[in-house]
Design a protein around this ligand. Structure first.
Ligand code: FMN
Length: 257
């Protein structure tokens, strides 16, 4: 079975949709899996070619304004898949409620019914950005703990007290936070491998909104600071956003930046 995963975020590097697509591809043993980026118009032709190769197509995309990213909507308009293609999707969003992605899943379902493809359902994941950040931060934290334990062992000849329990706690916290999304993705992978319907389901990072909101605010400020855009973020609209609006006709390329 040929499975094509289309990563539909305008971000060329990093990003939650890419992270989720990459993690998901490891849940598909025995299938031929290709991951292809659909980040802007320049990718449309290659993506269409790859769809012709696929038996199953999975979209991994971010939710934009409760809908599909603009370039994906444009791509879908011009895309006519052959009959018999099974289509699934994973939509992730920034807010914590994965249910917000239902609208985008429904849109993909409508596209399938108009184009003769079989809509098999998908998952909406709330807190997609956080899921991706956790997936990058926890392995680093665990590696540092293990390196410190190894250094302690070299100097004192025995594993420092609490090193193993530290690693186990970190693994347990990570597993707990991602468990609802991970279980949904496992279910989706199982359905996909059998080419069965999965319905439209949602999951979220396992954090109460009360904690999620301040944590994501702090994360946004820190990531803006590292990219030199803290002032831009605090003011809300700076020179760059004004420029983007002036060049709205070129919105696709600006989005990808
Ligand atoms: C233009 C734009 C619109 C967005 N609209 C929503 C939205 O309506 N609801 C939401 O929960 N998140 C929204 N987000 C947040 C993204 O869905 C979220 O950050 C996602 O994880 C990004 O995935 P990516 O890193 O793969 O691009 C929006 C982000 C952008 C840039």
């Amino acid at each position: 079975m040929n499975i094509l995963i289309l990563c539909c975020s305008p971000k060329r590097r990093g990003g939650a949709s890419r992270y989720i697509a990459s993690a998901f591809s490891h849940l598909l043993p025995g299938a031929r899996v290709r991951r292809v980026s659909l980040a802007a118009r320049g990718d449309f032709a290659a993506a269409r070619e790859q769809i012709a190769w696929a038996d199953v197509l999975l979209f991994s995309l971010p939710l934009y304004v409760d809908s599909l990213p603009g370039h994906l909507a444009e791509f879908l308009e011009g895309c006519r898949p052959g009959p018999g293609l099974d289509v699934y999707a994973i939509v992730n969003n920034g807010f914590i409620e994965g249910r917000q992605c239902e609208c985008a899943l429904e849109q993909l379902g409508h596209w399938c019914s108009r184009r003769g493809a079989r809509w098999r359902g998908g998952v909406g994941i709330g807190g997609g950005t956080m899921l991706a950040v956790l997936g990058r931060v926890f392995p680093i934290v665990i590696a540092i703990t293990l390196a410190l334990a190894a250094a302690g062992m070299v100097s004192s000849g025995q594993v420092p007290e609490g090193a193993w329990s530290g690693v186990l706690t970190q693994l347990a916290v990570w597993a707990a936070l991602i468990s609802p999304a991970a279980l949904r993705l496992l279910g989706l992978a199982r359905a996909l491998l059998k080419r069965e319907s999965y319905g439209c389901r949602s999951a979220r990072v396992l954090l109460p909104a009360l904690i999620f909101i301040p944590v994501s605010d702090i994360f946004m400020c820190l990531s803006s600071l590292f990219r030199g855009k803290l002032i831009f973020t605090l003011l809300g609209w700076g020179e760059k956003s004004r420029k983007n609006r002036l060049e709205a006709g070129n919105g696709l390329d600006k989005c990808a930046e």
